[in-house]
Each structure stands twice: as C-alpha cells, then as structure tokens.
Design a protein around this ligand. Structure first.
Ligand code: NI
Length: 135
C-alpha cells in the first residue's frame, strides 16, 4: 500500500539571477529585474512529499519528526535568511532560479533520507509561481 506524507516548510532568501559569463545587457534582457545587481528577496514555501509503504507494525510511513529534522538541517539551516548567490555553495556557479533551487533541495534531502522512499519537492517562489521536482 503506497502512500505519500507531506510536510510544509518556509524560508526567506535573497538572490540575483544572472550569468557571470554574460554582460549586463544580456543578463537584463533575459532575467529582467531579477538580475538587479543589488539582489532581491522571496518568501519561499516548500512542500516535501515522501512516498513509500506503511509499516504494518507502527502504522507509519515515516516518523514525521525525522522528516522535520531533515528539512531543518538540509533546507532551513542552509538557506533561510541567506543570500543564495553569495552564501550557499551550491549556487556559487549555478543560477538560483526556483527550478535549480528545487533540484538542489531535492538532492540534499534525498541524501539524508532513507533510500526506500520516493521524494517530491514543490517549491513556491511566489504564491502563483511554483515548480515540482521528483528526481
Ligand atoms: Ni527572484
């Protein structure tokens, strides 16, 4: 019996969308005001979905305290109130778009999670713009 449990989280972060190898005009043309050199912030809403089998002994899919702790250490501690471009090593040479952020978050949680689970990341950059990544 496959089932999915979800846990929500939230963090704030600053970023700038740009490529170091493009000049300012090209960055502005492609990324618009998101390439503002002085950075800007977003309130990110994250939903982490974990899919697997219910343990017949406990009735649990996963102890949600474990998932909570993984999200705290891998996402909140790593990204909350950070400048993604400057302070987060994963984005040193990777544009911190919501797409790339969802992949980075997926990879970090996947590494910390028991491999028997499937993982799904939903990341909202604004209330209306979000991506889903399932690996
Ligand atoms: Ni932005």
């Amino acid at each position: 019996m496959r089932i999915t449990a979800y846990r929500k989280a939230h963090f704030n972060a600053a970023h700038r969308l740009y490529r170091k190898d493009w000049d300012e005009d090209r960055n502005k043309a492609v990324f618009g005001k998101c390439s503002n050199p002085n950075f800007h912030g977003h309130n990110y809403d994250l939903t982490v979905g974990v899919t697997g089998e219910i343990d017949p002994e406990t009735g649990y899919l996963i102890d949600l305290k474990i998932l909570k702790d993984i999200i705290k250490s891998e996402v909140e501690d790593a990204l909350d109130h950070k400048n993604l471009n400057i302070e987060v090593p994963e984005f040193k040479d990777l544009n911190p778009t919501v797409e790339n952020m969802a992949v980075v978050i997926y990879n970090k949680i996947k590494k910390a999670l028991d491999s028997k689970y499937d993982l799904e990341i939903t990341l909202y950059e604004t209330p209306r713009n979000f991506v889903v990544y399932k690996g």
